[in-house]
Design a protein around this ligand. Sequence first.
Ligand SMILES: [Zn+2]
Length: 193
Amino acid sequence: MKTIFFDVDNQLDFLYPAGALHVPGAELLLPAFARLTQFAKSQHLQILSTADAHSEDDPEFKTWKPHCVAGTTGQQKATATLLGSPLQSIPSTPGAPMPIDAAQILIEKQHTDCFTNPNLEPLLTKIAADRYVVYGVVTEICVSHALFGLLKTGARVELVTDAVRHLNEDSCNQMIKRFEAAGGALTTVSSVT
Ligand SMILES: [Zn+2]
C-alpha cells in the first residue's frame, strides 16, 4: 500500500504567534508535526506539502490579512515539517514540471483550495497513492479542501485529528462529520506513526 503524507499550509505565518495570520494553538502542534515528519523520513514515505505563495497585493488579502507573501520569512515552512531534502516546488503555472520522485514536493497555491493549482490533480494521478494521511491548518478551511479533493482520487484519506487546528470549532466539527459521511477516516499521530 502506497502511503503519502499530505501536509497542509504548515508555514510560519500560520503556526507561530508572531506570524501574520496566526492560528491560535497551532504552535502546540509542532511536536506532532516533527513526529510525523520523522516517521515519514524513516519509512521513506513521500510528503506532499501545500503552501500559500501570495503576491504582495494578492486578491485574497481582501478576505484575509496579508500573509505568506512569496519570499518572506513568514511564508517559509516550519522546520518540523521539512524532511531536510531539497524542496521541489510546483507553481500554479499550468504545465509546470512535476518532480514526482522527490521526497518532498511543495505545491504552491494562491487560494485556500490546493486544487486550484492545476498541477496537483495530474500529480496525484501520477503518484497513484492508496492512502493519504492529512494534517496541518486550518482544519475547516484549507485542510477541508485538501481532504475532499483527495477523496475524489478514490484513495483512503485519513485526517490526523491531533495534528490539525481550527479557527471555528463548530465549523470544524461539521466538516469532520461531512468528511466521515463521505468515506473519510479519523486517526491520531500515535496510530499513524
Ligand atoms: Zn492565503
